[in-house]
Design a protein around this ligand. Structure first.
Ligand SMILES: Nc1ncnc2c1ncn2[C@@H]1O[C@H](COP(=O)(O)OP(=O)(O)OP(=O)(O)O)[C@@H](O)[C@H]1O
Ligand SMILES: [Mg+2]
Length: 401
């Protein structure tokens, strides 16, 4: 497929609804300008779900604002699709739970009357229909007059750069084109809320980034309130104004991408929202004891766990996990009292050099240095930890043992 095939942004023609409806301000992120639109689009109040007596979704509370793109992120089986299906009306919430779309309580409203569209992971296109008829399907069902149907479908095909494919059977399309047909079909009924379950999951890795970018531009331009399910952290970060991290049927943290990335609320979020270093350590008295018997005075550390009083001087030999991003530690001279280790891997990857350092005691540390740094494998290096960037959480696994 050539590049022009997958671009959407430069499509001329009307956009709907007006751009003014788009709220670019992510929830939970400090911004200099107030959000343009704080109207709730989707509200879940104490929504839970059980299947056959097994609770798969604990009572959750969540508000998604108009025009926001919210991403449900979490490992397989944590309840993402179930949450999406509850919003769609494909599942019924347990008694006591309420679902609102705008101000309207839709808890008992059937799926076809909720003004939502859902796009499924495998796209579920009708194989016997061509592109035009796939996109027109929902409009036909709703008995929209032919002329309006035609003009809406043409508009959507232009928006998704499918105008030249209207008559083609969907089985003769590439993965990226199928994805755009599914998106156009989901948008055709002008839903108030769009629900996308793993919208890029069926695409190969090479296509994912370009399709993700064009989808993001399209949805942002339309000001479409969208709930997107993914288990991919990169996807979540690049698509979400707000990210909802889920774990075992619970909401672990809700916040903007920066907040989730830099201020993880739990060890789970720090570990799941990729790439962090995790070192097992101990708090003893006034010190954090790191691998190699390195003792750092707690008073010098501004880590969250300490500020929140989760751990403190009174904790004796309390096992903890210490999280920090690979770009935070610095190389330093080898010196008494400073952490050191052997470089087991050193790779230049364009702008940065990535090191893996084996610390005394066997734990490994990932480091990301400027691309100009040249540190050969096999060398021994000193490492200075970022004392004001450490996230420290009690080590529950170790505590249990
Ligand atoms: N209809 C059903 N009947 C019984 N159990 C179900 C049903 N649907 C989902 N579950 C269970 O509920 C839990 C959550 O499932 P869900 O599909 O919401 O997970 P998910 O986060 O979307 O996972 P994945 O990333 O693998 O798609 C799982 O343990 C699943 O087995
Ligand atoms: Mg799922």
């Amino acid at each position: 497929m050539n590049q022009t095939d997958v671009r959407i942004a430069d499509v001329p023609g009307p956009r709907w609804p007006p751009l003014a409806a788009f709220s670019p301000e992510p929830l939970g992120q400090p911004t200099s300008q107030p959000s343009q639109n704080l109207n709730p689009a989707v509200t879940l109040v104490n929504v839970s779900k059980s299947f056959g007596g097994r609770t798969v979704l604990q009572p959750i509370n969540l508000t998604i604002l108009e025009g926001q793109k919210a991403v449900l992120l979490g490992p397989s089986g944590c309840g993402k699709t179930t949450t999406l299906r509850l919003i769609a009306g494909l599942e019924t919430a347990e008694p006591g739970g309420r679902i609102l779309l705008g101000q309207r309580d839709v808890t008992r409203v059937p799926v076809e009357k909720r003004e939502i569209s859902m796009m499924f992971q495998n796209y579920a296109l009708f194989p016997n229909l061509n592109v035009f008829d796939n996109v027109a399907y929902g409009l036909k069902i709703r008995k929209i007059p032919r002329a309006e149907r035609e003009s809406r479908v043409r508009e959507l095909l232009a928006m998704t750069r499918l105008a030249n494919y209207a008559d083609r059977g969907v089985s003769a399309l590439s993965g990226g084109q199928k994805q755009r047909v599914a998106l156009a079909r989901a948008l055709a009924t002008r839903p108030r809320v769009l629900l996308l379950d793993e919208p890029l999951g069926a695409l190969d890795a090479a296509l994912r980034v370009s399709v993700r970018e064009e989808m993001d531009e399209l949805l942002s331009g339309l000001g479409m309130t969208t709930v997107i399910v993914t288990h991919d952290q990169d996807e979540a970060m690049s698509l979400g104004d707000v990210i909802v991290v889920m774990r075992e049927g619970r909401l672990e943290q809700v916040g903007g991408p920066r907040e989730i990335f830099h201020e993880p609320a739990s060890a789970f979020v720090a570990g799941f929202v990729g790439g962090s270093n995790r070192l097992l350590a101990r708090v003893a008295g006034d010190y954090l004891l790191l691998p190699g018997d390195i003792a750092l005075p707690l008073s010098a550390i501004k880590g969250d766990g300490i500020e929140a009083g989760i751990i403190g001087p009174r904790a004796f030999a309390c096992p903890v996990s210490v999280y920090f991003r690979p770009d935070k530690p610095r190389l330093a001279e080898i010196a008494p009292g400073r952490m050191s280790g052997k470089v087991v891997s050193s790779r230049f990857v364009g702008g940065v050099t990535r090191l893996v350092v084996a610390l005394e005691g066997g734990q490994r540390l990932k480091m990301e240095l400027p691309g100009s740094a040249h540190v050969p494998s096999g060398s021994t290096v000193g490492v200075e930890l970022p004392l004001d960037e450490l996230k420290i959480f009690p080590e529950t696994a170790a505590l249990a043992s």
